[in-house]
Ligand binder design. Structure first.
Ligand code: HEM
Length: 110
């Protein structure tokens, strides 16, 4: 059974474009990781003001392997010694991880 991990990121008012810019320039390593199934960056539009980083994994173990991996470290700016300290300054003020088991999953038949 797949699991969903949502990282709810709190950012200062008006910093949405900066956060979206960071994700636009992301490492794109997670999509190669064993057990990765889906990633979506969700911009709040109503009833919430945090950005949700939605990920889905084949198992809890797959997610834990990624969290303990170099890919996670590299995907979060460490090792990207591009010397652009301004670029690496954290945008987020806080982050809360939420976990779910996928009980039902329906996608549009192609
Ligand atoms: C303190 C906690 C965290 C913060 C502030 C944070 C913030 C960010 C930021 C700003 C990026 C964009 C790339 C960059 O700037 O380097 C990123 C990448 C990413 N984050 Fe996080 N993150 C955190 C923890 C997590 C957790 C727990 C998850 C799991 C749901 C997650 C999932 C992702 C994914 C999938 C990417 C793209 C990685 C890639 O392209 O390979 N993050 N994160």
């Amino acid at each position: 059974m797949s699991v969903v991990k949502i990282n709810a990121i709190t950012i200062p008012e008006g910093m949405g474009p900066q956060l979206e810019g960071r994700f636009a320039g992301r490492a794109k390593m997670v999509e190669q990781f064993d057990g990765f199934e889906d990633f979506q960056l969700l911009r709040p539009t109503e009833g919430e003001d945090r950005y949700f980083v939605y990920t889905r994994w084949a198992s809890e173990e797959a997610f834990q392997n990624w969290m303990n991996s170099q890919d996670f470290e590299r995907g979060h700016g460490s090792g990207q010694a591009d010397g652009n300290a301004e670029q690496r300054k954290p945008v987020a003020q806080g982050a809360d991880l939420m976990s779910f088991d996928v009980v039902e999953h329906v996608v549009k038949e192609s």
